[in-house]
Design a protein around this ligand. Structure first.
Ligand code: ADP
Length: 491
């Protein structure tokens, strides 16, 4: 908006019309006092000010406007008929004018000047607004920096109070915070604690996970700087994502050395116990067979039935001890896999036959579906049959009200693997417990009382498949059934 100030109504009127014809918004004031009042109340982009006015002349108005912060930057064009003298013009500029136009006014020239000053002032205002916005943003950023810093401090304080070694790494994987416990195992913040030569290298393992943006979980022995003792720790480094990018990493080392020692003692005990049990059991088995042959009992007699029961129980005990021995072989890295080119379909048929012979008391329907893998695959026949028997035994055991089991096979030429599914329609496994069933001694609590077992069968299966470079897994719906599968590479 433009303010025109003149005590002459005719001048005011003609100037107003001239500017309005060019789409400028215009207000008028008939005196210096009125002009001051309006300028303080409204926002003007330009003031056209007549110099000769009674009471307060144009120069005085300009000097007063220069005294207020609201009005001091408004450009002023003086209009004067008389004071064309140089000293008047000088006074005009000194009192804050941007230009000086003498009457009679050349409308075209005046319009050009008005346009220029108007645009300049508009730009000025826009610039000021941008500056204000920028200042606001800077202030906002400063405030959020302060809040963030206090959040980080709080987070660091929390890490400091943890019983574990805790640390954070920036997005480039450089350690940027460690808690006090870190220094019991590492001299500087820069280096990870020294790991045992027989264990995996922490930095290398972390770099591998970093490339994939995945969390690292590793059991590793690290050296205490004071006692020089290597202690087992569980290392976890988890990525913190922000808008799809890894922002930083949070890590902990949890001391699991005591737990590891107990586990080792338990494994040693199991290994000794199962070995010690195996020898007398083999003798018992041999003597019972001898007895059976010597007694030449009538097959229908109750004595023959008792001997058969004893033999059945000996077989069960033998299977349990064999499983325990397998576990200790796995623990000691002594589970031997003897691979030969074998027809997988014949291994499956053998397993089905064995199951049907050993489950004579229950009618079990084992159905075969899918592409039959009538091909030679490098595998340990006995061990793969053991896995199949285990899956099938479980399928029957955990389906007390259903006797149907389906074995489905797929040969995936592209992935160069064969997959074997064993599906049952039994009790199923809760979602969050499905991964754990392959862990040593793990049994699903809800069903552990109803069904006998030690929770090591699937652990042995997964180790056997691992040694064949295959994969194992399960998908299951509680109350509807489960599908256990394994895959084997074709070559
Ligand atoms: P075990 O059967 O001797 O307990 P396993 O290692 O073979 O040990 O199985 C571990 C656990 O997994 C079992 O205790 C059971 O809770 C669960 N499980 C295994 N197979 C099935 C199945 N087919 N259906 C439901 N639960 C199963």
């Amino acid at each position: 908006m433009i303010l025109i100030v003149d005590d002459n109504q005719n001048n005011l009127y003609s100037l107003q019309k001239l500017l309005e014809s060019k789409d400028f918004k215009v207000e008028t004031a008939g005196s210096g006092e009125e002009a001051l009042g309006k300028a303080l109340k409204n926002d003007y982009a330009l003031i056209i000010l007549d110099v000769q006015m009674p009471d307060m002349d144009g120069f005085e108005v300009a000097e007063s406007l220069a005294g207020y912060s609201k009005t001091k930057d408004i450009p002023i064009i003086f209009l004067s008929a008389v004071n064309t003298d140089k000293k008047f013009i000088t006074r005009g500029y000194a009192s804050g004018a941007k230009d000086y136009v003498t009457k009679p006014v050349d409308p075209e020239i005046l319009l050009l000047k008005v346009k220029t000053f108007y645009n300049l002032q508009e730009q000025n205002i826009a610039m000021k607004k941008t500056q204000q916005n920028l200042e606001l943003e800077v202030k906002g950023r400063r405030e959020s920096q302060v809040t963030m810093k206090s959040q980080i401090d709080h987070f660091h304080l929390m890490l400091e109070s943890l019983p574990q070694i805790a640390f954070t790494l920036n997005e480039d994987g450089i350690v940027d915070f460690v808690n006090g416990k870190w220094y019991q195992y590492s001299e500087t913040e820069k280096n990870f604690p020294e790991s045992h030569l027989d264990d995996l290298n922490i930095r290398e393992e972390f770099e591998r996970c970093k490339r994939k943006g995945k969390a690292l979980e590793l059991e590793v022995r690290i050296k205490n700087r004071i006692s020089h003792e290597y202690r087992y720790h569980l290392l976890r480094i988890t990525p913190v994502y922000d808008e799809g990018r890894v922002k930083n990493w949070v890590g902990t080392f949890t001391d699991i050395d005591d737990q590891k020692k107990i586990e080792k003692e338990k494994d040693e005990f199991l290994s000794i116990a199962s070995h010690e049990l195996k020898t007398p059991l083999t003798s018992i088995k041999a003597y019972v067979q001898l007895l059976e042959r010597k007694l030449k009992l009538d097959k229908e007699s109750s004595e023959a039935g008792f001997v058969a029961k004893v033999q059945g129980q000996i077989e069960k005990l033998n299977a349990l001890i064999t499983d325990l021995l397998d576990v200790s072989k796995i623990e000691n890295g002594k589970l031997k896999i003897d691979k030969k080119q074998v027809n997988l379909e014949s291994v499956i048929s053998n397993a089905i036959e064995t199951i049907q012979q050993t489950h004579e008391e229950r009618i079990v329907k084992i159905e075969r579906q899918g592409m039959k893998p009538d091909i030679l695959i490098p595998l340990d026949e006995i061990r793969i049959e053991q896995v199949l028997i285990n899956f099938l035994t479980n399928a029957i055991k955990y389906s007390p009200h259903n006797n149907q089991v389906i074995i489905t096979t797929f040969v995936d030429e592209e992935a160069e693997e064969v997959r074997v599914n064993v599906t049952d329609f039994g009790i199923g496994i809760p979602d969050f417990k499905q991964d754990a069933v392959f862990k040593k001694f793990y049994r699903v609590e809800e069903s552990s009382l109803q069904f006998q077992g030690m929770g090591i069968g699937l652990f042995i299966c997964s180790e056997i498949i691992k040694q064949h470079h295959g994969t194992v897994g399960v998908s299951s719906v509680l109350g509807e059934g489960s599908t256990f599968y394994f895959t084997l590479p074709l070559n």
